[in-house]
Design a protein around this ligand. Sequence first.
Ligand SMILES: Cc1cc2nc3c(=O)[nH]c(=O)nc-3n(C[C@H](O)[C@H](O)[C@H](O)COP(=O)(O)OP(=O)(O)OC[C@H]3O[C@@H](n4cnc5c(N)ncnc54)[C@H](O)[C@@H]3O)c2cc1C
Length: 231
Amino acid sequence: MMQVEITNIIDESFRVKRFELSTLDGSVIEFVPGQFIQIFHPTLPEFNNTRSYSISSEITDSNKIELCVALNENGVFTPWLFQQVVGNMLEISEPKGEFVLYDAHLNFPLVFVCTGTGIAPFRSMIHKALSLGSQEVYLIFGNRKLNDILYIKEWESLMVQNSKFHFIPVLSQESAFENYGYVHEFYSDILREIGEARIFVCGWKDMCAETRNRLKEMGYNRKQYFFEQYD
Ligand SMILES: Cc1cc2nc3c(=O)[nH]c(=O)nc-3n(C[C@H](O)[C@H](O)[C@H](O)COP(=O)(O)OP(=O)(O)OC[C@H]3O[C@@H](n4cnc5c(N)ncnc54)[C@H](O)[C@@H]3O)c2cc1C
């Protein structure tokens, strides 16, 4: 466990905040892209006092990490987290988790599928993959509306800087948008085109379940796809 200070909070929308957490002594928080930390609530009973949050930092060697968190108005934990202000302290775990990119994955095209704050672990994974000279990288990112797309400017400029990066935003509530609908038809089309790939999926239960079914139907197996389910 370690104590960190909340050093910045960005309100992305009414429902999503980005939290910057910093160590007090400047020591680096070492993590592997894709990992998460747990935050401990100071007063809730021990059986229900932690929640996990993927690290959404762009870079890995810093004394700061970033999280992006969606508010669950009826939840136990996020209403409390959303009341926190810059300067407050939080108790967090060491980074953990096996939903990470290995060197062997870089021998294949990489397909990242997510909705909402499911983008969090992919931010550092995508930057790492591209910096290590990966093959093509596809980000299929589902949201309701254009304003919901986290880090949109970053994805757009990354696409201009690196021809291997393909950003495919999908919107479910903007019928005039080019990619209108849900993520499923879009990654299915890409996978039909590229065939062999390593596929990373992150988000809530329903999206993960549907994606797993589709990938199995398409003949992919557990050596080819990896899931981080938030609930
Ligand atoms: C490994 C891991 C990484 C995670 N990373 C993130 C992250 O980066 N960002 C993030 O926002 N959350 C993340 N989560 C989810 C997070 O841990 C909490 O479950 C979430 O913040 C809700 O906590 P709560 O106490 O407010 O709700 P609770 O009282 O625990 O109620 C949770 C239940 O409400 C539902 N629910 C809550 N929020 C949503 C939502 N936005 N959409 C759909 N259903 C929802 C789910 O069914 C869930 O089981 C992650 C979970 C895991 C296991």
